[in-house]
Design a protein around this ligand. Structure first.
Ligand SMILES: C[S@@+](CC[C@H](N)C(=O)[O-])C[C@H]1O[C@@H](n2cnc3c(N)ncnc32)[C@H](O)[C@@H]1O
Length: 387
Protein backbone atom coordinates (compact mmCIF):
# COMPACT_ATOMS: atom_id res chain seq x y z
CA UNK A 1 0.00 0.00 0.00
CA UNK A 2 2.91 2.37 0.78
CA UNK A 3 4.26 1.95 -2.71
CA UNK A 4 0.84 2.68 -4.14
CA UNK A 5 0.41 5.79 -1.97
CA UNK A 6 3.77 7.08 -3.16
CA UNK A 7 2.82 6.65 -6.82
CA UNK A 8 -0.62 8.22 -6.33
CA UNK A 9 1.09 11.17 -4.58
CA UNK A 10 3.40 11.56 -7.53
CA UNK A 11 0.52 11.47 -10.01
CA UNK A 12 -1.67 13.94 -8.12
CA UNK A 13 1.13 16.46 -7.76
CA UNK A 14 0.08 17.48 -11.24
CA UNK A 15 -3.42 18.71 -12.02
CA UNK A 16 -5.16 15.59 -13.30
CA UNK A 17 -7.70 16.05 -16.08
CA UNK A 18 -8.86 12.46 -16.21
CA UNK A 19 -8.10 9.30 -14.28
CA UNK A 20 -9.38 5.76 -14.80
CA UNK A 21 -9.15 2.86 -12.38
CA UNK A 22 -9.78 -0.43 -14.18
CA UNK A 23 -8.95 -4.10 -14.55
CA UNK A 24 -10.49 -5.43 -11.34
CA UNK A 25 -8.72 -8.30 -9.64
CA UNK A 26 -11.74 -10.54 -9.30
CA UNK A 27 -15.34 -10.58 -10.43
CA UNK A 28 -16.74 -9.91 -6.95
CA UNK A 29 -15.39 -6.35 -6.98
CA UNK A 30 -18.46 -4.12 -7.35
CA UNK A 31 -17.32 -1.66 -10.02
CA UNK A 32 -15.80 -2.63 -13.35
CA UNK A 33 -14.25 0.76 -13.83
CA UNK A 34 -14.09 4.11 -12.03
CA UNK A 35 -13.54 7.36 -13.91
CA UNK A 36 -12.55 10.69 -12.40
CA UNK A 37 -13.05 13.65 -14.73
CA UNK A 38 -12.10 17.24 -13.98
CA UNK A 39 -15.14 19.48 -14.51
CA UNK A 40 -15.95 23.12 -14.04
CA UNK A 41 -19.20 24.74 -13.00
CA UNK A 42 -19.59 28.45 -12.19
CA UNK A 43 -15.80 28.76 -12.17
CA UNK A 44 -15.53 26.06 -9.48
CA UNK A 45 -13.51 22.97 -10.39
CA UNK A 46 -14.37 19.52 -9.10
CA UNK A 47 -14.08 15.87 -10.11
CA UNK A 48 -17.00 13.93 -11.44
CA UNK A 49 -16.66 10.28 -10.41
CA UNK A 50 -18.43 7.63 -12.48
CA UNK A 51 -18.57 4.11 -11.12
CA UNK A 52 -19.58 1.45 -13.62
CA UNK A 53 -21.29 -1.82 -12.78
CA UNK A 54 -22.43 -4.19 -15.53
CA UNK A 55 -25.73 -2.42 -15.91
CA UNK A 56 -25.49 0.97 -14.27
CA UNK A 57 -23.30 3.97 -13.77
CA UNK A 58 -23.25 5.74 -10.39
CA UNK A 59 -22.17 9.35 -10.19
CA UNK A 60 -20.72 11.47 -7.43
CA UNK A 61 -18.95 14.83 -7.45
CA UNK A 62 -15.96 15.37 -5.20
CA UNK A 63 -13.82 18.36 -4.25
CA UNK A 64 -10.46 18.59 -5.93
CA UNK A 65 -8.50 18.34 -2.71
CA UNK A 66 -9.79 14.87 -1.84
CA UNK A 67 -8.84 13.27 -5.17
CA UNK A 68 -5.88 11.38 -3.72
CA UNK A 69 -7.89 10.05 -0.79
CA UNK A 70 -10.71 8.90 -3.06
CA UNK A 71 -8.36 7.15 -5.48
CA UNK A 72 -6.86 5.14 -2.63
CA UNK A 73 -10.29 4.45 -1.16
CA UNK A 74 -11.53 2.97 -4.44
CA UNK A 75 -8.43 1.21 -5.64
CA UNK A 76 -7.76 -0.56 -2.31
CA UNK A 77 -6.33 -3.91 -3.37
CA UNK A 78 -9.04 -4.46 -5.90
CA UNK A 79 -7.67 -3.21 -9.22
CA UNK A 80 -4.64 -3.83 -11.38
CA UNK A 81 -4.54 -0.62 -13.41
CA UNK A 82 -4.74 3.13 -13.13
CA UNK A 83 -4.31 5.52 -16.06
CA UNK A 84 -4.20 9.28 -15.61
CA UNK A 85 -3.70 12.34 -17.75
CA UNK A 86 -2.49 15.81 -16.83
CA UNK A 87 -2.03 18.56 -19.43
CA UNK A 88 1.55 17.47 -20.08
CA UNK A 89 1.91 13.87 -18.88
CA UNK A 90 0.28 10.49 -19.32
CA UNK A 91 0.62 8.11 -16.37
CA UNK A 92 0.19 4.38 -16.55
CA UNK A 93 0.24 2.53 -13.24
CA UNK A 94 0.13 -1.24 -13.03
CA UNK A 95 -0.20 -3.37 -9.89
CA UNK A 96 1.01 -6.97 -10.05
CA UNK A 97 -0.74 -9.94 -8.40
CA UNK A 98 1.72 -9.65 -5.52
CA UNK A 99 0.96 -5.95 -5.08
CA UNK A 100 4.10 -4.61 -6.75
CA UNK A 101 3.54 -1.18 -8.28
CA UNK A 102 4.97 -0.04 -11.62
CA UNK A 103 4.48 3.57 -12.60
CA UNK A 104 5.09 4.56 -16.23
CA UNK A 105 5.17 8.24 -17.24
CA UNK A 106 5.49 9.89 -20.58
CA UNK A 107 5.37 13.48 -21.75
CA UNK A 108 2.34 14.20 -23.92
CA UNK A 109 0.15 17.10 -24.91
CA UNK A 110 -3.25 16.26 -23.39
CA UNK A 111 -4.78 19.72 -23.64
CA UNK A 112 -7.41 18.52 -26.11
CA UNK A 113 -8.58 16.05 -23.50
CA UNK A 114 -8.89 18.90 -21.00
CA UNK A 115 -11.11 20.88 -23.38
CA UNK A 116 -13.23 17.82 -24.02
CA UNK A 117 -13.73 16.98 -20.38
CA UNK A 118 -14.76 20.53 -19.52
CA UNK A 119 -17.53 20.41 -22.08
CA UNK A 120 -20.86 19.01 -21.09
CA UNK A 121 -20.71 15.28 -21.71
CA UNK A 122 -23.51 13.68 -23.64
CA UNK A 123 -25.53 11.52 -21.31
CA UNK A 124 -25.69 8.36 -23.41
CA UNK A 125 -28.15 5.62 -22.49
CA UNK A 126 -25.51 3.10 -23.43
CA UNK A 127 -22.50 4.19 -21.45
CA UNK A 128 -18.88 3.32 -21.95
CA UNK A 129 -17.91 1.00 -19.13
CA UNK A 130 -21.14 -1.02 -19.22
CA UNK A 131 -20.27 -4.64 -19.92
CA UNK A 132 -22.75 -5.71 -22.59
CA UNK A 133 -21.27 -9.02 -23.61
CA UNK A 134 -22.86 -9.42 -27.06
CA UNK A 135 -21.40 -6.05 -27.96
CA UNK A 136 -17.96 -7.27 -27.02
CA UNK A 137 -18.59 -10.28 -29.28
CA UNK A 138 -19.72 -7.99 -32.07
CA UNK A 139 -16.62 -5.83 -31.71
CA UNK A 140 -18.25 -2.55 -30.55
CA UNK A 141 -16.88 -2.66 -27.00
CA UNK A 142 -13.53 -3.88 -25.69
CA UNK A 143 -13.52 -6.35 -22.78
CA UNK A 144 -13.07 -3.39 -20.43
CA UNK A 145 -16.24 -1.77 -21.76
CA UNK A 146 -14.54 0.92 -23.86
CA UNK A 147 -15.86 1.71 -27.32
CA UNK A 148 -13.56 0.40 -30.07
CA UNK A 149 -12.40 3.61 -31.72
CA UNK A 150 -13.32 2.58 -35.30
CA UNK A 151 -16.86 1.84 -34.06
CA UNK A 152 -17.43 5.18 -32.36
CA UNK A 153 -19.84 6.51 -35.02
CA UNK A 154 -21.88 3.31 -34.84
CA UNK A 155 -21.94 3.62 -31.04
CA UNK A 156 -23.31 7.16 -31.32
CA UNK A 157 -25.94 6.08 -33.84
CA UNK A 158 -27.10 3.21 -31.65
CA UNK A 159 -27.35 5.48 -28.63
CA UNK A 160 -29.38 8.03 -30.49
CA UNK A 161 -31.69 5.39 -31.92
CA UNK A 162 -32.30 3.89 -28.47
CA UNK A 163 -32.89 7.38 -27.06
CA UNK A 164 -35.51 8.17 -29.73
CA UNK A 165 -37.33 4.85 -29.23
CA UNK A 166 -37.16 5.31 -25.47
CA UNK A 167 -38.84 8.73 -25.76
CA UNK A 168 -41.78 7.17 -27.57
CA UNK A 169 -42.03 4.09 -25.34
CA UNK A 170 -42.13 6.23 -22.19
CA UNK A 171 -45.53 7.60 -23.25
CA UNK A 172 -47.17 4.27 -22.34
CA UNK A 173 -46.54 1.57 -19.79
CA UNK A 174 -45.64 -1.28 -22.08
CA UNK A 175 -45.35 -4.70 -20.47
CA UNK A 176 -44.55 -6.46 -23.71
CA UNK A 177 -43.53 -5.48 -27.21
CA UNK A 178 -42.92 -7.25 -30.49
CA UNK A 179 -40.27 -5.60 -32.61
CA UNK A 180 -39.17 -6.28 -36.17
CA UNK A 181 -35.81 -5.01 -37.33
CA UNK A 182 -35.73 -5.05 -41.12
CA UNK A 183 -32.31 -5.20 -42.76
CA UNK A 184 -30.68 -5.88 -39.40
CA UNK A 185 -27.23 -6.62 -40.88
CA UNK A 186 -24.66 -7.22 -38.15
CA UNK A 187 -27.40 -6.31 -35.65
CA UNK A 188 -25.51 -4.08 -33.26
CA UNK A 189 -28.67 -2.05 -32.72
CA UNK A 190 -30.87 -5.14 -32.44
CA UNK A 191 -28.75 -6.59 -29.63
CA UNK A 192 -28.52 -3.29 -27.80
CA UNK A 193 -32.27 -2.72 -27.96
CA UNK A 194 -33.00 -6.22 -26.80
CA UNK A 195 -30.59 -5.78 -23.90
CA UNK A 196 -32.04 -2.36 -23.11
CA UNK A 197 -35.66 -3.49 -23.05
CA UNK A 198 -35.18 -6.81 -21.34
CA UNK A 199 -32.35 -6.14 -18.89
CA UNK A 200 -32.84 -2.47 -18.09
CA UNK A 201 -36.51 -1.63 -18.76
CA UNK A 202 -37.72 -5.12 -17.80
CA UNK A 203 -40.16 -5.21 -20.71
CA UNK A 204 -41.05 -8.56 -22.14
CA UNK A 205 -39.75 -8.13 -25.65
CA UNK A 206 -39.90 -10.39 -28.63
CA UNK A 207 -37.59 -9.34 -31.40
CA UNK A 208 -36.91 -10.56 -34.91
CA UNK A 209 -34.11 -9.35 -37.17
CA UNK A 210 -34.46 -10.00 -40.89
CA UNK A 211 -31.74 -9.84 -43.50
CA UNK A 212 -30.79 -11.23 -46.89
CA UNK A 213 -27.33 -12.36 -45.79
CA UNK A 214 -27.07 -15.97 -44.55
CA UNK A 215 -23.69 -15.46 -42.81
CA UNK A 216 -24.86 -12.56 -40.65
CA UNK A 217 -28.10 -14.32 -39.76
CA UNK A 218 -26.18 -17.38 -38.63
CA UNK A 219 -23.70 -15.35 -36.60
CA UNK A 220 -26.44 -13.31 -34.92
CA UNK A 221 -28.47 -16.43 -34.05
CA UNK A 222 -25.34 -18.00 -32.56
CA UNK A 223 -24.71 -14.94 -30.40
CA UNK A 224 -28.36 -14.75 -29.27
CA UNK A 225 -28.17 -18.41 -28.29
CA UNK A 226 -24.87 -17.96 -26.45
CA UNK A 227 -26.44 -15.31 -24.21
CA UNK A 228 -29.76 -17.14 -23.80
CA UNK A 229 -31.62 -14.33 -25.50
CA UNK A 230 -34.64 -16.59 -25.92
CA UNK A 231 -36.93 -14.03 -27.51
CA UNK A 232 -34.45 -12.68 -30.00
CA UNK A 233 -34.12 -14.48 -33.28
CA UNK A 234 -32.86 -13.73 -36.75
CA UNK A 235 -34.42 -14.84 -39.99
CA UNK A 236 -33.11 -15.04 -43.48
CA UNK A 237 -35.47 -13.37 -45.92
CA UNK A 238 -36.52 -10.44 -48.04
CA UNK A 239 -38.41 -7.52 -46.51
CA UNK A 240 -40.43 -7.43 -49.71
CA UNK A 241 -43.11 -10.06 -49.18
CA UNK A 242 -42.14 -10.92 -45.60
CA UNK A 243 -45.08 -12.47 -43.78
CA UNK A 244 -45.72 -12.28 -40.07
CA UNK A 245 -49.02 -13.35 -38.64
CA UNK A 246 -48.94 -11.91 -35.12
CA UNK A 247 -49.23 -8.40 -33.75
CA UNK A 248 -46.18 -6.16 -34.34
CA UNK A 249 -45.69 -3.10 -32.10
CA UNK A 250 -42.55 -1.63 -33.61
CA UNK A 251 -41.01 -1.80 -37.04
CA UNK A 252 -37.55 -0.37 -37.30
CA UNK A 253 -34.93 -0.03 -40.00
CA UNK A 254 -31.46 1.39 -39.76
CA UNK A 255 -29.98 2.07 -43.18
CA UNK A 256 -32.12 -0.41 -45.10
CA UNK A 257 -30.97 0.46 -48.58
CA UNK A 258 -33.06 2.37 -51.11
CA UNK A 259 -36.54 0.87 -51.60
CA UNK A 260 -35.98 -1.78 -48.86
CA UNK A 261 -37.16 1.01 -46.54
CA UNK A 262 -40.39 1.34 -48.59
CA UNK A 263 -41.15 -2.36 -48.24
CA UNK A 264 -40.50 -2.13 -44.50
CA UNK A 265 -42.87 0.84 -44.15
CA UNK A 266 -45.45 -0.92 -46.27
CA UNK A 267 -45.31 -4.04 -44.06
CA UNK A 268 -45.65 -1.85 -40.96
CA UNK A 269 -48.69 -0.06 -42.38
CA UNK A 270 -50.33 -3.33 -43.42
CA UNK A 271 -49.81 -4.79 -39.95
CA UNK A 272 -51.17 -1.67 -38.30
CA UNK A 273 -47.91 -1.40 -36.39
CA UNK A 274 -48.09 1.14 -33.54
CA UNK A 275 -44.65 2.68 -33.95
CA UNK A 276 -42.18 2.98 -36.79
CA UNK A 277 -38.57 4.15 -36.53
CA UNK A 278 -36.73 4.24 -39.81
CA UNK A 279 -33.43 5.75 -40.90
CA UNK A 280 -33.41 5.41 -44.69
CA UNK A 281 -30.31 5.39 -46.85
CA UNK A 282 -29.25 5.25 -50.51
CA UNK A 283 -32.48 6.89 -51.69
CA UNK A 284 -31.74 6.39 -55.41
CA UNK A 285 -35.24 5.85 -56.76
CA UNK A 286 -36.31 9.48 -57.22
CA UNK A 287 -32.89 10.53 -58.43
CA UNK A 288 -33.15 8.15 -61.39
CA UNK A 289 -36.70 9.35 -62.23
CA UNK A 290 -36.52 13.07 -61.54
CA UNK A 291 -37.50 15.29 -64.47
CA UNK A 292 -38.91 18.79 -64.41
CA UNK A 293 -39.18 21.64 -66.94
CA UNK A 294 -40.42 24.30 -64.56
CA UNK A 295 -37.97 23.38 -61.77
CA UNK A 296 -35.03 22.38 -63.95
CA UNK A 297 -32.71 24.30 -61.64
CA UNK A 298 -33.03 21.34 -59.25
CA UNK A 299 -31.98 18.81 -61.88
CA UNK A 300 -29.24 20.89 -63.46
CA UNK A 301 -26.50 19.97 -60.96
CA UNK A 302 -25.98 16.30 -60.21
CA UNK A 303 -25.24 16.79 -56.53
CA UNK A 304 -28.22 19.07 -55.97
CA UNK A 305 -30.52 16.64 -57.76
CA UNK A 306 -29.19 13.72 -55.70
CA UNK A 307 -29.71 15.49 -52.38
CA UNK A 308 -33.07 17.02 -53.23
CA UNK A 309 -34.27 13.64 -54.55
CA UNK A 310 -33.25 11.91 -51.31
CA UNK A 311 -35.01 14.54 -49.19
CA UNK A 312 -38.15 14.40 -51.32
CA UNK A 313 -38.17 10.59 -51.02
CA UNK A 314 -38.36 10.84 -47.25
CA UNK A 315 -40.88 13.69 -47.31
CA UNK A 316 -43.16 11.56 -49.51
CA UNK A 317 -42.75 8.58 -47.16
CA UNK A 318 -43.59 10.76 -44.16
CA UNK A 319 -46.68 12.22 -45.87
CA UNK A 320 -47.93 8.78 -46.87
CA UNK A 321 -47.60 7.61 -43.29
CA UNK A 322 -49.51 10.67 -42.15
CA UNK A 323 -52.24 9.93 -44.67
CA UNK A 324 -52.50 6.42 -43.22
CA UNK A 325 -53.03 7.65 -39.68
CA UNK A 326 -49.56 8.09 -38.26
CA UNK A 327 -48.32 11.15 -36.46
CA UNK A 328 -45.04 11.48 -38.31
CA UNK A 329 -41.87 13.47 -37.80
CA UNK A 330 -38.56 13.66 -39.59
CA UNK A 331 -35.78 14.09 -37.04
CA UNK A 332 -32.09 14.74 -37.37
CA UNK A 333 -30.86 11.36 -36.29
CA UNK A 334 -27.18 12.08 -35.87
CA UNK A 335 -24.89 15.01 -36.52
CA UNK A 336 -24.12 15.19 -40.24
CA UNK A 337 -20.38 15.10 -39.48
CA UNK A 338 -20.87 11.53 -38.20
CA UNK A 339 -23.10 10.27 -40.98
CA UNK A 340 -24.78 11.93 -43.96
CA UNK A 341 -27.55 9.32 -43.61
CA UNK A 342 -29.01 11.29 -40.80
CA UNK A 343 -32.79 11.54 -41.09
CA UNK A 344 -35.00 9.38 -38.95
CA UNK A 345 -38.67 8.89 -39.72
CA UNK A 346 -40.59 8.53 -36.47
CA UNK A 347 -44.23 7.58 -36.86
CA UNK A 348 -46.78 6.61 -34.24
CA UNK A 349 -50.41 5.58 -34.77
CA UNK A 350 -52.63 8.51 -33.77
CA UNK A 351 -55.82 10.34 -34.56
CA UNK A 352 -54.84 12.33 -37.62
CA UNK A 353 -57.60 14.67 -38.82
CA UNK A 354 -59.24 14.11 -42.19
CA UNK A 355 -58.04 17.52 -43.41
CA UNK A 356 -54.46 16.75 -42.47
CA UNK A 357 -54.60 13.40 -44.19
CA UNK A 358 -56.04 14.89 -47.36
CA UNK A 359 -53.50 17.67 -47.41
CA UNK A 360 -50.69 15.13 -46.98
CA UNK A 361 -51.91 13.05 -49.90
CA UNK A 362 -52.48 16.10 -52.12
CA UNK A 363 -48.91 17.22 -51.45
CA UNK A 364 -47.61 13.82 -52.50
CA UNK A 365 -49.71 13.78 -55.65
CA UNK A 366 -48.55 17.21 -56.72
CA UNK A 367 -44.87 16.36 -56.14
CA UNK A 368 -45.24 13.13 -58.13
CA UNK A 369 -46.79 15.09 -60.97
CA UNK A 370 -44.22 17.88 -60.87
CA UNK A 371 -41.19 15.59 -61.07
CA UNK A 372 -42.57 12.55 -62.80
CA UNK A 373 -41.95 10.29 -59.81
CA UNK A 374 -43.11 6.72 -59.46
CA UNK A 375 -42.54 5.94 -55.75
CA UNK A 376 -42.47 2.32 -54.58
CA UNK A 377 -44.38 2.93 -51.35
CA UNK A 378 -47.05 4.91 -53.18
CA UNK A 379 -47.50 2.09 -55.73
CA UNK A 380 -47.67 -0.61 -53.08
CA UNK A 381 -50.36 1.27 -51.18
CA UNK A 382 -52.28 2.02 -54.37
CA UNK A 383 -52.31 -1.66 -55.36
CA UNK A 384 -54.02 -2.39 -52.05
CA UNK A 385 -56.49 0.50 -52.47
CA UNK A 386 -55.10 2.13 -49.34
CA UNK A 387 -54.71 5.43 -51.18
C1 LIG B 1 -26.37 -0.85 -44.56
S1 LIG B 1 -26.81 -2.35 -43.86
C2 LIG B 1 -27.43 -1.86 -42.30
C3 LIG B 1 -27.38 -2.95 -41.29
C4 LIG B 1 -27.86 -2.58 -39.88
N1 LIG B 1 -29.24 -2.22 -39.83
C5 LIG B 1 -27.00 -1.49 -39.31
O1 LIG B 1 -27.42 -0.32 -39.36
O2 LIG B 1 -25.90 -1.75 -38.87
C6 LIG B 1 -28.28 -2.75 -44.76
C7 LIG B 1 -28.71 -4.18 -44.54
O3 LIG B 1 -30.00 -4.35 -45.14
C8 LIG B 1 -30.07 -5.61 -45.75
N2 LIG B 1 -31.09 -5.57 -46.80
C9 LIG B 1 -31.13 -4.77 -47.90
N3 LIG B 1 -32.23 -5.03 -48.62
C10 LIG B 1 -32.91 -6.01 -47.98
C11 LIG B 1 -34.12 -6.70 -48.22
N4 LIG B 1 -34.86 -6.42 -49.29
N5 LIG B 1 -34.52 -7.64 -47.34
C12 LIG B 1 -33.78 -7.92 -46.23
N6 LIG B 1 -32.62 -7.29 -45.95
C13 LIG B 1 -32.19 -6.35 -46.80
C14 LIG B 1 -28.66 -5.81 -46.29
O4 LIG B 1 -28.36 -7.18 -46.50
C15 LIG B 1 -27.80 -5.18 -45.19
O5 LIG B 1 -27.38 -6.13 -44.26
Amino acid sequence: MEELKKSVNEITEQEIIKLVISNKKNKDVEYNKINFTLKENNKKQYYQVEKYTDKQVFHENIDMDILKEKILEYIKEDYKQLSAWSNTTTFDLKISKKGKVFLGKKKSDNTKLANKSHNKEKNYILKEGMIIEPLIDLGIFTKEGNVVSSKYDKYKQINRFVEIIDDEIKKNEYKELTILDFGCGKSYLTFVLYYYFVEIKKINVKMIGLDLKPDVIKKCNDIAKRYNYENLRFELGDINGFKYNNKVDIVMTLHACDTATDYALYNAIKWNTKMIFSVPCCQHEFNSQMKSDSLSILTKYGIVQERVAALMTDAVRANLLEYLGYKTQLLEFIDISHSPKNILIRAAKANVSKERKEKALNEVNSLIEKFNFNPTLFNLLKQDNLI
